[in-house]
Ligand binder design. Sequence first.
Ligand SMILES: [Fe+2]
Length: 377
Amino acid sequence: MASILNFPQIHFDFGAIKELAPELNKRQIDRPLIITDQGLVEHGVCEKLLDALPSNIKVSLFDKIPENPTIFGVEQALEVYKKNNCNGIIGFGGGSVLDSGKALRVIATHDVSLIDILNDSDKITANVAPYITIPTTAGTGAEITFGGGIHPEPNAPAFGIRSIHVRPDLAICDPEYTMTLPARLTAATGMDALTHCVEGFLSNNSNPPIEAIALDGTWRVINYIDKAVIDGNDREARSQMSMAALEGGMSIYMGLGPIHALSMTFGDSPLHHGTLVTVAMPAVMRFYNHKIKGNALERIASAMGLTADKESGNRIADAVAETNARLGLPSTVKEMGYDKTNIEKMVRDSCESHFNMTAPIRPNGEEYEKIIIEVLG
Ligand SMILES: [Fe+2]
């Protein structure tokens, strides 16, 4: 059975930011809290956002969201929200900021602690603070998804926050704000989008409209990621990557799989999510080769411009590994600086991940062990 969920409203294009003022007005948000990170303030990107706001709006700013979203970061933002009597949230940043906003919109209106909500998403009701997202990276899809991860401590595995009520009300995707994204982050976040498209497409949920979107997103990443990495000022490539990221976010509505299970397993270190998933992708695609029934792998290979045949899983794996190398990304998790060696625990964590629930084939312990050894390097 296909279960098709609505996406939030989206404004997409260069210049889409001009929609922010009328949207705030329409939603009667006159005291918004902008949450962001210090990098975006220091590089003057946040200033461009402030310039887009009308003068009659009383804006508050919290710019201390950390590189990975934490309970502490969200609680600090809540203090500012309450102190300034804010009546809406604008998440301006990458995945960490945008996921933090999902947690913030809940605790701003619920009389329970964040840890309670992270332990039990059923406590989240529709009574949440208004939330508008403006992504400054192209890859996480967090601008439209209804889930996210919040770390209790920076180096501890994230708790999931998952509820249709945390889904942002509106996403303003203006590729202008991604123009200053450094090459390495452009590469890693862009490849994260590819994993969302591929894992969403392969998921055991049926949703033909999103499957078409996932293949389109796959095509965009493969055709534009090199251009965006080589020349950050290539506006066409930036726009295509922003759209690929959005389509990756839509693909997440179908669920993810072992690639993201592995990212959680290795997520007990402050390693970049996008880099982790693209490093893990080839081993998972090799695991799928010859195992997935039907022509799903062939359709992905075709979207990637590869020969679509019975070896498509291996062909996709090779193409991703080659792309990673070309973009200057690492080929193993060890190369990223991960030094833990307890394979037994890694296998256990991977097997227990909720991401397996939507996997087309759920690797057993022995299969995960083989995948983990390859990903670790
Ligand atoms: Fe991801």
